[in-house]
Design a protein around this ligand. Structure first.
Ligand SMILES: [Ca+2]
Ligand SMILES: [Ca+2]
Ligand SMILES: [Ca+2]
Ligand SMILES: [Ca+2]
Length: 272
């Protein structure tokens, strides 16, 4: 005889079911056990869209929408991974509904999310996306030739930075531009990372500050009069010499003229 009898049924991947019989037992020969069949979670990626493109340096979001027949969404576990075109896993992330994907080089990728419920049933979904080459000035347009990386519409070099010869479109080629990614600045005479001139195109801002001492000699540009003083000083010196010569010649002829009607000039005076 027994007073209580518990019967439990267990099935892999589903919650267990149990029933308790109390003595005196009924004379039932069959005891029903309702075993619930567990379904796998459902998961949908609402972002990114298939084939979505993002430029190097930017980020792209992957967002999972999840649900389950028995579990609350909060009880589901997510696992993220990103694989490259060769199938290598390049990024992973944990149990978050949103995965912020950053710092990938140009190429084709697939982001996959796997969702698992409390009973171990899981499902997954994936989406492809592309990281494109960095194009700082955004001139990699439909009119930009990928043969010459020149845009006949604008008459300028174009394309992603690795091909574009003027990455910030300020008219100074990268090789001559001390700030090749900042269209507000070009020259830095003393190489202190502050530009000689800071002049931004309309709608553009810069983190740089204009150098108040372009040649770095400790004398502010305003006090020096003209920046980059080496050349201007030479010009100033030349002007002073010329003025002195003119004055000397003028004095010489004045003495000559004055001497013609009066006392004859001495040899020393004529050669003054
Ligand atoms: Ca460009
Ligand atoms: Ca430039
Ligand atoms: Ca520049
Ligand atoms: Ca400077």
């Amino acid at each position: 005889m027994f007073t209580n009898l518990s019967v439990t049924a267990q099935a892999d991947g589903s919650p267990s079911a149990s029933v308790t019989l109390t003595s005196p037992a009924t004379n039932a020969l069959y005891v029903p056990l309702n075993l619930v069949i567990n379904g796998a979670p459902t998961v949908v990626l609402t972002e990114p869209s298939s084939g979505q493109r993002v430029m190097e340096g930017d980020s792209i979001r992957a967002v999972a929408q999840i649900s389950d027949d028995l579990d609350e969404a909060a009880n589901l576990t997510l696992a993220w991974s990103v694989t490259d075109a060769q199938g290598r896993t390049v990024l992973t992330a944990g149990n978050e509904p949103v995965f912020n994907i950053t710092d990938l080089p140009a190429g084709y990728y697939v982001v996959e999310v796997q969702v698992t419920d409390r009973f171990g049933a899981s499902s997954s979904t994936a989406r492809d996306f592309e990281y494109t080459l960095l194009d700082t000035d955004g001139d990699w347009s439909s009119t930009c030739s990928s043969d010459t990386w020149f845009d006949p519409e604008t008459g300028a070099s174009c394309g992603p930075n690795i091909y574009d010869e003027d990455d910030d479109n300020d008219g100074f080629s990268d090789s001559r531009d001390a700030f090749p990614l900042d269209p507000c600045a070009q020259k830095d005479t003393d190489g202190d990372t502050q530009p000689d001139v800071l002049d931004c195109p309309e709608g553009v801002t810069s983190w740089l500050t204009e150098d108040q001492d372009d040649d770095g000699d400790g004398v502010p540009d305003g006090t020096e009069g003209v920046s980059g003083d080496g050349e201007s000083n030479d010009v100033n010196a030349l002007v002073v010499v010329l003025v002195l010569v003119v004055v000397a010649v003028g004095l010489f002829f004045m003495r000559l003229r004055g001497g013609s009607g009066g006392t004859p000039l001495t040899l020393d005076e004529r050669h003054l």
